[in-house]
Design a protein around this ligand. Sequence first.
Ligand code: HEC
Ligand code: HEC
Length: 306
Amino acid sequence: MKNQHLFRVLAVLGTAGLLLGAQPAAAETKATGKPAQVNAAQSKKAQSASAKVQYFVSPSLDDLPNDAYGEMVRKGEAIFYNTGKLAKPYAGNNLNCVNCHLDGGRKANSAPMWAAYVHYPAYRAKNNKVNTLAERLQGCFRFSMNGTPPAADSDVMTALVTYMAYLSKGAPVGEKMAGAGYIKMQKPAQAPSAERGAKVYAANCAVCHGANGEGTKGKDGQWAFPPLWGPDSFNWGAGMHRIDTAAAFIKVNMPLGKGGSLSDQEAWDVAYFMNGHDRPKDPRVKGDIAEGKKQYHEENCRYGEN
Ligand code: HEC
Ligand code: HEC
């Protein structure tokens, strides 16, 4: 599943004549078989301030036993890479967990699964209560996947949680780990601008994500480059719809293979531009959009503007 994902991305990069720009990340990941270490190096580049940070490295799935437990971890990985298809009843779009949680949820500063697993149960202001890990995953299904969350005791949830547990083997429970979540973006020097963001987008993103954020599909009909807005994207309630969160994700990870190459201002501008486009609405808001904005995403968000 993992290799298929890499091949799909590489195949489309090849067609787009982009191999130079993006192949190194993928090729190194494959060659070393230790994606988390490569990722640590990449993230370090993106975060020169904390250049010495050593990130946690998850074990390889190759070491898994061939028993029911091993099967469940592999199933979780498969769902993580192919969510739209393998968790279809719960996914409202065709994104995959791995589209935002890079390298199978191993990449530091890309909300890695090994750091999340040891962090929950945790209080979240978003719903003003302590969330179990299953509830946290349900949130990503509801907003990022624009879908209907699987039950806590469903097969899909068991597989995903077992995969996460395996990735965090040896990680300290209850500690905030380096590389957890996203980097904290400093406020930009200039207020984010859609006009500047459009230019950043055209120069750095359109080649993969399409001139209109529509994404690019591979031969198998799956997204090779996922859409950034429109009907098959995350909805208004998603973390990625916050400008600061999107800017932090983009700064470290995009353009794919060249993470860290945009300035902070460019990352803020392109995040602001991206989230000013049409996308599925917030499923929590039935009535007044202004009320919804106040309640859910007042800050750092272009909630309801599109
Ligand atoms: C469109 C991008 C996107 C997709 C697709 C997505 N997520 Fe997320 N996920 C995020 C963002 C952004 C956050 C951080 C939100 C925040 O805390 O503000 C997050 C947070 C999380 C967290 C908590 C991380 C932490 O450190 O607290 C987990 C666990 C998680 N996602 C799992 C998943 C799983 C499993 C899937 C697939 C079913 C998935 N996500 C799909 C964007 C996405
Ligand atoms: C070389 C191709 C490439 C370029 C250029 C690129 N991306 Fe991406 N982007 C990807 C791929 C592939 C993924 C999914 C990663 C995965 O599944 O491993 C992705 C994922 C994303 C996501 C999360 C998934 C989603 O659909 O919401 C966002 C947001 C994003 N890119 C924004 C950008 C922005 C903004 C730029 C320009 C600054 C950019 N990307 C440039 C290939 C690219």
